[in-house]
Design a protein around this ligand. Structure first.
Ligand SMILES: [Zn+2]
Length: 234
């Protein structure tokens, strides 16, 4: 236990909380500053500041509790979905250095945004360079991938064309398996050409970082305008 840690004090009972679940290793209680009805925080009883410091078994227990509590909230408050996440480290806004998993019930039309929108720090390097850096720190994973990939995998955008990325960051993916398209009598060749054209147009449109930046700024402004309209405090 860390002396000044508020979550350690909640775990020990020194500070009152609305606990909704507890076992030998984990406690779940309502966030005192809830973002939504039923907003719950799940913490290991032992003080850890990062998942990287935690024993795998304990981490499993924490996530088992997350699943259990999510089910309890679903059952009792009937939300339409959940945002589940960890703010790990000060840079990520983790104000309390005791690892905690937020379970935020989501309701249709609640005005919330998707978890990917917490930051828009677009990388300068391309994805394969970044992926290579990450893979090089864990050799087993690259071997695993190489062994599994028998034929050249399709690009994500070939399988899941991005339909819309709105100002609030909602992304809709549309999955159209080949079979289904055939059933509906969609010409594969025409579709391919259309998708190629669309991709080329997109590339032309967003070539150069400056233009991408402009687009992001526009999106951000649009989001702020919507938030202002809805009078949601940020
Ligand atoms: Zn603590």
């Amino acid at each position: 236990m860390q002396n000044e840690c508020i979550f350690c004090k909640i775990v020990s009972g020194e500070v009152r909380s609305e606990k909704v679940y507890e076992d030998d290793d984990v406690v779940a209680f309502l966030d005192v500053n809830p973002s939504a009805p039923g907003h719950t925080v799940v913490v290991p009883k032992q003080h850890f500041s990062s998942i990287l410091d935690m024993d795998d078994d304990l981490l499993c227990k924490v996530f088992k509790a997350v699943k259990k509590v999510t089910g309890m909230i679903k059952e009792s408050l009937n939300p339409d979905g959940f945002t589940i996440g960890i703010n790990q480290g000060e840079a990520a806004g983790g104000r309390i250095p005791h690892l905690n998993v937020h379970i935020i019930p989501r309701f249709r039309g609640d005005g919330g945004i998707v978890i990917q929108m917490v930051v828009r720090n677009v990388p300068e390097e391309d994805l394969s360079t970044i992926a290579e850096k990450i893979r090089s720190s864990g050799g087993e994973i690259s071997t695993y991938l190489e062994e599994r990939v028998e034929e050249k995998p399709k690009k994500l955008e070939e399988v899941l064309p991005v339909e819309k990325e709105g100002p609030t960051g909602e992304m809709k993916f549309h999955l159209e398996p080949e079979e289904e398209r055939k059933k509906e009598g969609i010409d594969e060749k025409k579709l391919e050409e259309y998708e190629k054209e669309e991709l080329e147009e997109k590339e032309k449109k967003y070539k150069g970082k400056k233009k991408i930046k402009d687009k992001e700024e526009e999106e951000l402004e649009e989001m702020e305008r919507i938030l202002r309209q809805m009078q949601i405090p940020r």
